[in-house]
Design a protein around this ligand. Sequence first.
Ligand SMILES: [Fe+2]
Length: 277
Amino acid sequence: MLDNSYTEDYLKVIEERAIKNFLPKVKKQFAEIIKLSISDEDIRYFTLKGLNRAHDGFYYSGCSSSKKNHTIENNEVFGLYMHNLKVLGTTMAFCRLEGLNNYETSVAASGAVFHDITRNLYGNAWANKLNLAHPLTGCEFVKKIPLRGVFYENNKKINYNIKSETRKEISEIVLVHFGRFTEGIIKHFKDEMPSLFEEPNSIQDLLERIENPSKIERIVQYADKVGSLKFASYVPGIKEMHFTEFEQNEPELFKQIKRLDYLLKIEPKELVHKFKH
Ligand SMILES: [Fe+2]
């Protein structure tokens, strides 16, 4: 609940300031984390290339419009970013548990990065509105990332080239990440997104795919589920996310800004090391 001494307008200004100040740092941190997490070079740069096409709301939105799911810090400004770190780190831990190889882990990590890529198309953390069709629109988003291309990093030109089969695998992780709930979403939105259901992706094929997820798809489904449970407050590799000492007389937004400030001071290397162990 908001403290009475802060008006919504005032908090809105603070939120806008937070977005302005934090957005470049958050984007940089996420890109660094992805570089260290995805060991397959082609999948790594494909993922970074795709990420450049994301709406800024992908970073600064909150997760749950009803606030019935997700932890407090996932439901405030930059909550989706914190959720994404959780899902990426948890996915990598599950891949390790299952003994997946570098290619499979890279596909899973890329799918985890993109699973909520179009979750909030409206990009406003307060008037946060979940895009219910996001498994479908996210799948379309991934399918539009070029299979081959150039990525510039520190003035260095890097060429990447992935197989269409790999892109399909990543896009389908996004498509099925809601598990059995995906079926209802497909049936609800099928007329609005006809391109998704053309051969060879007829609705019947897609429904069958949902019934039989691959091991990698299952891993991201579980990682997302764990990462969206109420009260499951964690980011892999970070000791303290709740910051209980700040709870007195501070609206959640201020606590959130402090959490984010803390998160951004953590070296990506240190975080990713924890993802992998
Ligand atoms: Fe998610």
